[in-house]
Ligand binder design. Structure first.
Ligand code: GRF
Length: 210
């Protein structure tokens, strides 16, 4: 048992990955508390999920194209909650280098493909178009290049004959909801060591309390 880490979850939409984290927290399955949910979209359903779990929310809608200024304001809002870890769970903004540097090796993202295959938008459609037989999902540390940071966990999902984007998306989400809480727990146990482009997962005995 380690001290629960303070997690900020950044969202833009439905928030099923946020829900997976909130459920894992409530089940006592991970040593973490969600201290804030931040959204760049006021209408994001994820905000309703946060409210149901009495988690504070912050909303900052972009009213200009100045990404640096937006990220400065967003980082300041999030930093107020002193998070140990930031989780991008369907956060549909590309963040600036300055934002990433404010939280070094403390930002993770979940992507619905087996990176480095199919980065960017519409990863499931990309997989169908490429005709791959296996796709999946990836958690990784966030770097300035989109969907390119050191990979933490991956889960594979078969592509089936006649698959639609919707069916494939739903099957991938089932796996996302497993690997994302697992990744948070590995971080909480201090078992993730970043070495260049690789992440070494230390045995449980070598993790240390924060
Ligand atoms: C997920 O597929 C995630 O991998 C991607 O955006 C989607 C968000 O879904 N980055 P949700 O909002 O967590 O339901």
């Amino acid at each position: 048992m380690v001290r629960p880490i303070r997690v900020a979850v950044l969202v833009s939409g439905s928030g099923t990955n946020l829900q997976a984290i909130l459920d894992a927290v409530e089940a006592g399955a991970i040593d973490a508390n969600v201290v804030v949910v931040f959204s760049n979209k006021r209408e994001a359903h994820a905000l309703t999920r946060a409210a149901k779990h009495k988690v504070p929310t912050e909303v900052l809608e972009a009213n200009s194209t100045d990404r640096e200024a937006y990220d400065r304001e967003a980082a300041a809002l999030i930093a107020k909650y002193s998070p140990d870890l930031l989780v991008f769970a369907g956060y549909m903004r590309v963040v600036t280098k300055a934002f990433i540097e404010r939280f070094p090796d403390r930002i993770i993202n979940i992507h619905p493909a087996l990176l480095p295959a199919f980065p960017g938008m519409h990863a499931q459609q990309q997989a169908l178009d490429a005709g791959v037989k296996l796709t999946g999902c990836t958690t990784h540390f966030v770097r300035a290049e989109v969907d390119a940071g050191p990979i933490i966990l991956q889960a594979s999902v078969p592509v089936e004959e006649g698959d639609t984007v919707e069916a494939l998306t739903a099957r991938i989400l089932v796996e996302e909801h497993k690997i994302l809480p697992q990744t948070v727990q590995l971080f909480a146990e201090r078992r993730l060591r970043v070495e260049g482009r690789r992440v070494q997962i230390l045995p449980a005995s070598e993790g240390r309390a924060l």
